[in-house]
Ligand binder design. Structure first.
Ligand code: FES
Length: 107
């Protein structure tokens, strides 16, 4: 899993210019993978697919993720087509590149 620094205009990142690669067991959520590797992400609802503060953008490897369930699709309110996923709901089963926006990180 490769959390990348943001590339959107107006976004900064504590990762920039580094990229961080982490190894995780299959079935680990993106949020768990991040938190277990000192990438401290917001997760205001406690991982219940209600707040969307944990959202990320999948840059590569979306075929290696768990399918999106209805509660995640509902929470994202139509942003799923932009490759957004809720990190608390999305499990990893292979190589994935993840963009973590500054707004989803805690200091
Ligand atoms: S932690 Fe709230 S939606 Fe993921």
């Amino acid at each position: 899993m490769n959390p990348l620094p943001p590339k959107e205009e107006g976004e900064g990142s504590p990762f920039e210019p580094e990229k961080k690669t982490v190894e995780v067991e299959e079935g680990t959520t993106i949020l768990e993978a991040a938190m277990n590797n000192n990438i401290i992400m917001r997760h205001d609802c406690g991982g219940n697919a209600q707040c969307t503060t944990c959202r990320v953008i999948i840059r590569n490897g979306k075929e290696n993720l768990s399918p999106m369930e209805e509660k995640e699709r509902t929470a994202l309110q139509g942003k799923a087509y932009l490759n957004y996923r809720l990190s608390c709901q999305t499990k990893v089963y292979g190589d994935v590149t993840v963009y973590v926006a500054t707004s989803s990180l805690l200091d």
